[in-house]
Design a protein around this ligand. Structure first.
Ligand code: NAD
Length: 480
């Protein structure tokens, strides 16, 4: 860490990013519903001005070269680490995820880890042909200004997935966080900007319409979007105007398949966290689980036992590892899907109701058995602490049902013998198939969706390519 890296307390951090007194919009603590602070509501003119500043700063940032940019990004990662606890506490209150478990501290740690990997990953020119007559290679250059738009579930980490590779490749970034969780993202950006040159990274807070204007802006060359399929489609439309390159990480309804004869106890803990990480508000969480008849009851019982005992509550309490839904809309979606599943014969094995004693937006960890395809809880993305478990008797049929979804983000196959699961992996129509786990990510392993889950890959070398413009350099071969 550099000696000059400021280490802030929460008041100092909020003072940097809050709207001037009497303006802006209140942001509430997801667990207590108390006001955390006020976020600015920025205008279309302010967005245009931010893009203009980012455009002006881009040539200088690119001209620094990979090595210097890498040094600065590593300093930015140090600055995040130096302020990790204050960021995690703000994130915990704003998003609702507990400090502990695979939640707020984990998310802040992932931000600096991803940034370090971006900063130190090298994208070498690719020699395409090198013979007597021709030497042709492919190089990757900055695209210009990247417009980034992020969601509310993993607000800081997903923003960093957009920021890190973009800056690494010499682009500048204008990022609009979700209006549900802007403070934690603006705070992270502010801390990074203590070491980055001016206007290389600009956060702009505003409603969806500001995101729409950013995506359509004539000076934005690339849009990194993570959010719903519905908004993803609007971004594709707007790219007809500016021809921006797109990375679209959209919604999912990830299926998992437990093969016949699998030991339920051995996989239960990993199944549970595959579904309930971030209280189920995770794009690539396990959202519908197909279990073979031979082990169905064992898997349901093992999951229910964990779900009934996992501590849920205010995220600042170190004991808790599940939190509230982040917002009222999402709470209503979850509640309505469970009520609908009950009405269609779903059996609530545990949970199945809100937990008002914990706070307005808490919903108990819920396992629903005896539901099947055609019920909304199975067909739609619940994005909350509820897992439908579906019985099957024919393996081919299970894969057909898993693949019937319009979306294809993640998926998983589970078996006592991982090789057996691996033999089935390619049958899944999804950007990732995990074997005996679900949702694990690594900064060097590409991640992205198929079908209505979007296109483009993030992370690793593929992720750097996706925020770059390829250029072919073609000249005489060895004969000269
Ligand atoms: P959302 O689509 O409502 O919002 C995402 C972002 O887009 C927000 O910043 C929002 O303000 C902005 N936005 C809204 N309207 C816009 C418009 N017309 N033009 C441009 N931007 C606009 O999604 P959400 O509710 O924040 O996030 C939940 C969804 O995101 C879920 O479907 C989830 O599966 C998906 N998601 C996907 C991934 C992934 O990697 N594939 C990761 C996280 C979340």
């Amino acid at each position: 860490m550099s000696d000059s890296t400021p280490v802030l307390d929460e008041a100092a951090l909020l003072a940097r990013i809050e709207a001037p007194a009497g303006t802006g919009r209140e942001i509430l603590d997801a667990a207590t519903r108390e006001v955390i602070g006020r976020v600015p509501v920025q205008s279309a003119d302010e967005l245009d001005e931010a893009v203009a500043r980012a455009k002006a700063a881009q040539p200088g940032w690119e001209a620094l070269g990979h090595e210097r940019r890498s040094e600065l990004l590593l300093l930015a990662a140090d600055a995040i680490d130096a302020n990790a606890e204050v960021l995690a506490r703000l994130l915990s209150r704003e998003q609702g995820k507990p400090l502990n478990g695979p939640n707020a501290r984990f998310e802040v740690g992932a931000c600096s880890a991803w940034l370090r990997t971006n900063a130190t990953t090298v994208l070498e020119p690719e020699v395409l042909v090198d013979d007597e007559n021709l030497h042709a290679e492919l190089v990757y250059k900055a695209v210009g200004v990247v417009g980034a738009i992020s969601p509310w579930n993993w607000p800081m980490m997903i923003s960093m997935w957009q920021i890190g590779p973009s800056l690494r490749m010499g682009n500048t970034v204008v990022l609009k966080p979700s209006s549900n969780t802007p403070l934690s993202v603006l705070a992270m950006i502010s801390i990074m900007n203590d070491v980055l040159p001016a206007d290389v990274l600009i956060g702009i807070a505003g409603p969806g319409s500001i995101g729409g204007r950013l995506a359509a802006h004539p000076d934005v060359a690339k849009v990194m979007f993570t959010g719903s399929t519905e908004v993803g489609r609007k971004i594709i439309e707007s790219s007809a105007g500016n021809l921006a390159r797109l990375t679209l990480e959209l919604g999912g309804n990830d299926a998992g398949i437990v093969l016949p004869g699998t030991d339920a106890k051995a996989i239960a803990e990993d199944l549970f966290w595959g579904a309930f990480i971030n209280t189920g508000q995770t794009c690539a969480a396990l959202k519908r689980l197909y279990v073979h008849d031979s082990v169905y009851d064992d898997v349901v019982d093992a999951l229910a036992e964990i779900a009934a005992n996992v501590p849920m509550g205010n995220g600042l309490d170190e004991d808790n590892v599940l939190g509230p839904l982040q917002n009222q809309d999402q709470f209503d979606i979850v509640k309505n899907l469970v009520e609908d599943a009950k009405a269609h014969g779903g059996r609530i094995v545990t949970g199945g109701e809100a937990a008002p004693e914990l706070g307005e937006l808490f919903y108990k960890a819920t396992i629903v058995a005896d539901v099947t395809d055609g019920v909304a809880l199975v067909d739609e993305e619940q994005f909350g602490p509820v897992l439908p478990v579906i019985r099957y008797s024919d393996v081919d049929d299970a894969f057909a049902r898993a693949n019937a979804a319009e979306v294809g983000l993640g998926s998983s196959v589970w078996a006592s013998d991982p090789d057996e699961a691996r033999r089935h992996a390619l049958r899944m129509q999804a950007g990732t198939v995990w074997i005996n786990s679900h949702g694990g990510l690594h900064p060097m392993v590409p991640f992205g969706g198929t079908k209505a889950s979007g296109y483009g890959m993030e992370f690793g070398v593929e992720g750097l390519k996706s925020v770059a413009a390829p250029q072919v350099v073609s000249g005489p071969g060895r004969k000269g």
